[in-house]
Design a protein around this ligand. Structure first.
Ligand code: PLP
Length: 393
């Protein structure tokens, strides 16, 4: 098997799996209960909050645990839009945001009768800063720009966005799910007011995530998920203590292991792309000319439908477009925003490598070997498909 869908989800880090197994034996109680098992649970919550805060150099009181990135994004987007002053009538978001952001913005803005404007990206998939600067003004309630795109892996100019947004006093939300554990993640240096993380993208548990929010803007959000007042009143509901403890450790490991993981992933990706280009000189690698996550290769093979290619290589786990959209037979909105024609978008496959341990190898240089093998598997499947349909290579 070639597990090359690391951007869709990741396996548990062995140390996280071990922690969860240990904690499950002790039954943490309800963190709101005053008895011993409740206190044990609330200590676990506190430890995880401190772990995330320390690993990300972020204030402890600004770490809000959620059921994942989608929920954290909704709390941030809807909370900010519903809580916005009356003169802030527009919401801006990059045209390559994840659907979790787009749908939260569309929903909340419609409720408030606000205008939604998409900031364009270049053909390489980078936010167009000039166009963004033209769109920023004092009537904007929120701007959403992700750190790295989940499909192309292209890194976004967050520092420049936040600098410009600050001139107009616009709060910035950044979906950072895909960056953590793959590239440097220094949220407090980058100037956004809110960041979102997801456990299952960083070798942590599923169904858990976090909103990092500047404590000063916390009170400007309308709490949209009320209940028992947990998580500073922003996310009511009994906390998933085990998963949160696992998240705390996985965020710490993502930050401490990032260089090692990145070097293994980029070795596999480089070898993969070199081989794929030698087998298929006409391959188009999206975002190839700009800074990308070290593990992601999103490419189009002209003449070969992505679904056919993936069906013909059952041992390859990869995505046609992003995993969240694979049930929807429309071309990737990310490629569309980059100006890629729908026919070519349907011929696009995302391969996203993990570190060596995800591929079950620990040998030096194993990453390169994996990259080569995956390129060869795709190459021979593609040749068969092309000859089967009579297309000339
Ligand atoms: N944002 C990005 C960039 C993602 O890649 C994903 C997952 O596909 C999400 C948000 C949603 O994350 P979760 O599954 O934790 O809700």
């Amino acid at each position: 098997m070639y597990p090359c869908d690391f951007n869709a989800t990741t396996p548990l880090h062995p140390s996280v799996a071990e922690l969860l197994a240990q904690l499950a034996k002790r039954h943490p109680g309800n963190p709101s209960s005053p008895h011993a098992s409740g206190r044990f649970a609330s200590q676990l919550l506190e430890n995880a909050r401190v772990a995330v805060a320390v690993a990300c150099s972020w204030p402890r009181s600004g770490v809000i645990f959620t059921s994942g990135a989608t929920e954290a994004l909704f709390i941030a987007v809807a909370g900010k839009i519903f809580g916005a002053p009356k003169d802030r009538r527009r919401v801006l978001l990059s045209s390559i945001e994840h659907k979790a952001v787009i749908s939260a913005v569309n929903f909340a803005a419609e409720q408030r009768g606000m205008q939604v404007d998409f900031i364009p990206v270049t053909a390489d998939g980078v936010l167009d800063l000039e166009r963004a600067a033209d769109m920023f003004d004092r009537d904007v309630a929120l701007v959403c720009v992700m750190g790295a795109n989940n499909e192309t892996g292209v890194l976004q100019p967050l520092v420049e966005v936040t600098r410009e947004a600050r001139r107009h006093d616009i709060p910035v939300l950044s979906d950072a799910c895909q960056m953590l554990g793959k590239v440097d993640f220094s949220p407090s240096d980058w100037g956004a007011d809110m960041y979102v993380l997801s456990g299952h993208k960083i070798m942590g548990p599923r169904g858990v995530g976090a909103l990092l929010i500047e404590p000063s803007i916390k009170k400007t959000l309308l709490p949209v998920l009320q209940g028992g007042g947990q998580e500073g009143g922003l996310r009511g509901g009994t906390e998933n203590v085990l998963a949160i403890a696992g998240l705390g450790l996985s965020v710490t490991l993502a930050q401490t292991e990032v260089q090692q993981r990145a070097s293994e992933m980029v070795a596999a990706r480089s070898e993969f792309e070199v081989h794929l280009q030698s087998l298929f000189p006409e391959v188009l690698i999206h975002g190839n000319g700009v800074s990308r996550l070290p593990n992601t290769s999103f490419f189009s093979l002209p003449g070969i439908a992505a679904d056919d290619l993936l069906h013909s290589i059952p041992e390859l786990e990869a995505s046609a477009g992003s995993a969240c959209q694979s049930a929807v037979p429309t071309p990737s909105h990310v490629l569309t925003a980059m100006g890629v024609a729908p026919a070519l978008a349907d011929q696009s496959v995302r391969v996203s490598f993990g570190p060596n341990r995800v591929h079950g190898v620990d040998l030096p240089h194993a990453a390169q070997a994996i990259g080569q093998q995956v390129a060869q598997a795709i190459g021979s499947a593609a040749q068969k498909l092309l000859s089967g349909t009579g297309v000339n290579t």
